[in-house]
Write a protein that binds this ligand. Structure first.
Ligand SMILES: [Zn+2]
Length: 129
């Protein structure tokens, strides 16, 4: 996925909108306004929104042994908000990823297993860290 997405707010009603950057803009789905307030440009199709993040390090050095994220992610591909929980626990070689539908609470993806299975193709995300 190399499409650049533009995340912006509707000038009129303030709805948060995400649109492919290089494509022609469409009117706001809420109020029909064409004007936007631009906030940031994101890559890789995932916006990180309102995340909680926890990290643990041994003695404050090296890679964190514990890394957890809980929050809402907007998946441009599906045009849906998803609830995401991801825990990386290096001490226990554990990886957990749970993605739920924000509206129904239905689990879309549940992935648990040894962390070593996930190395080399880990999360490549854009957002606050
Ligand atoms: Zn609007």
């Amino acid at each position: 996925m190399n499409t650049d997405y533009q995340v912006s707010k509707c000038k009129k009603c303030g709805a948060t909108l995400s649109e492919p950057k290089n494509e022609q803009r469409t009117p706001c789905p809420v109020c029909g306004e064409m004007g936007r307030i631009h906030e940031e440009t994101l890559k890789d199709g995932i916006a990180v929104y309102d995340h909680m993040r926890m990290k643990g390090k041994h003695g404050g050095k090296g890679k964190p042994f514990f890394d957890a994220r809980v929050g809402a992610d907007y998946y441009f591909k599906d045009k849906e908000w998803r609830h995401l929980e991801r825990v990386i626990d290096r001490d226990n070689n554990l990886y957990v990823e749970i993605i739920k539908d924000m509206k129904t609470g239905e689990i879309i993806k549940e992935d648990r297993g040894p962390l070593t299975d996930h190395q080399g193709h880990g999360p490549n995300r854009v957002g606050p860290s």
